[in-house]
Design a protein around this ligand. Structure first.
Ligand code: SF4
Length: 362
């Protein structure tokens, strides 16, 4: 497998975005403190404070009467026990191609929920570092707890291949912009210290064969000297395009270019088949608007340094799968999704998980 996505804590989050699939499905978020310690049922404790976001906001809408952690995990929610994460990473890290080169390129912690709120995130980070496998992190940009500190951002930037910050979160969290700017500043500092150069990649064409430690360039031997330089994470924005933010695109592109964002992934809003009609009316955008934006991003909003990518540019008819559900041609054949209970799935299509035939409704 080239990439492993671990659903570490898909319903543990410190924000409540209206377009989140949990909200579309009318499911409640889990209180992070209740999701800790594997199979433990809901017990509120003082750790709740530790998991508050940097605005000091706490979790409020856990329904501990009905949704204990054990039940939620079996339904694809709740928190993943660390032993499941470890077993999946070690299993796929051991896979080699015929030349002996490791196949696994990245580990992705949950892209739903806030991965930095996974109570075993530090251990996940350490395990991946020890194996020399970068994380690919998608975060809401609140950087809860210690993660907002410069040294912790630096740790993330050294351990990840890319850090994608969700723009949806900017609608819920006032400190979003300042946090993104801080992340980019730390990235630049690291790149400066490492004398970052594109040329480093050329010397490291065989990174996986020679490199076992992600921080080898901080020690190290001549052959590996360029690796860590090229491994400082890029910083991307993940923009869910919807009716209410469409007019902010030029301003966003200008700001992102000015501060040095590496890439923006533009993804038109996805609605589950069961999403409420009011939500579609409030946030839906039509194909003409999307085509206009696509044209603008390829002409007047085009930039030399800032890459524009994402599903906005996919040629597809169905909104929930890159190839319209043609599973014989699935682009994710060499990826795997590991659910919190340890079972594996090879389809990221949210409709299959959360749509009309997905989980039962609580
Ligand atoms: S397996 Fe899922 S993502 Fe892949 S083609 Fe089928 S529906 Fe799409």
């Amino acid at each position: 497998m080239r990439r492993v996505t671990l659903l570490t804590n898909p319903d543990v989050c410190n924000l409540r975005c209206p377009l989140c699939f949990l909200n579309q499905r009318a499911l409640l978020h889990c209180d992070a403190s209740n999701a800790r310690d594997d199979n433990r049922d809901c017990v509120l404790d003082s750790e709740n404070a530790r998991l508050a976001n940097s605005n000091g906001e706490r979790f409020s809408d856990c329904n501990k009467e009905r949704n204990c952690n054990k039940e939620r995990r079996a339904l694809g929610m709740g928190e993943m026990p660390f032993e499941i994460a470890r077993a999946a990473i070690e299993k796929y890290a051991a896979e080699r191609d015929v030349s002996g080169k490791r196949l696994l390129r990245e580990v992705i912690p949950s892209t739903m929920g806030e991965p930095l709120l996974y109570s075993r995130f530090d251990e996940l980070l350490e395990l991946c570092e020890s194996l020399g496998i970068p994380l690919n992190l998608t975060t809401n940009g609140t950087f809860p707890g210690k993660w907002v500190r410069e040294e912790c951002l630096a740790k993330l930037l050294c351990a990840c291949s890319d850090i994608k910050v969700s723009y949806l979160a900017s609608e819920q969290f006032g400190g979003w912009k300042a946090n993104v700017e801080k992340l980019v500043r730390v990235r630049d500092k690291l790149r400066g210290n490492a004398d970052y150069s594109e040329a480093a990649d050329a010397d490291c064409a065989d990174v996986d064969a020679c490199c076992t430690k992600v921080d080898c360039a901080r020690a190290v031997n001549a052959k590996c000297a360029g690796i860590a330089k090229s491994r400082i994470a890029t910083v991307s924005l993940q923009v869910t395009l919807h009716k209410k933010n469409l007019q902010k695109v030029p301003e966003l592109v200008e700001w992102a270019s000015a501060i040095g964002i590496d890439r923006i992934k533009w993804n038109p809003v996805v609605f589950l088949s069961i999403a409420p009609r009011e939500l579609r009316e409030m946030y839906g955008i039509d194909s003409t608007q999307l085509q206009n934006l696509r044209d603008e991003l390829q002409t007047e909003l085009r930039s030399q340094k800032l890459k524009h990518e994402g599903s906005l540019f996919f040629d597809r008819s169905a909104g929930l799968c890159p190839v319209g559900g043609k599973c014989g041609a699935c682009p994710f054949a060499d990826e795997v999704w590991v659910w919190p209970d340890g079972h594996e799935d090879h389809c990221p299509n949210p409709e299959r998980r959360f749509g009309a035939y997905g989980l039962r409704t609580f």
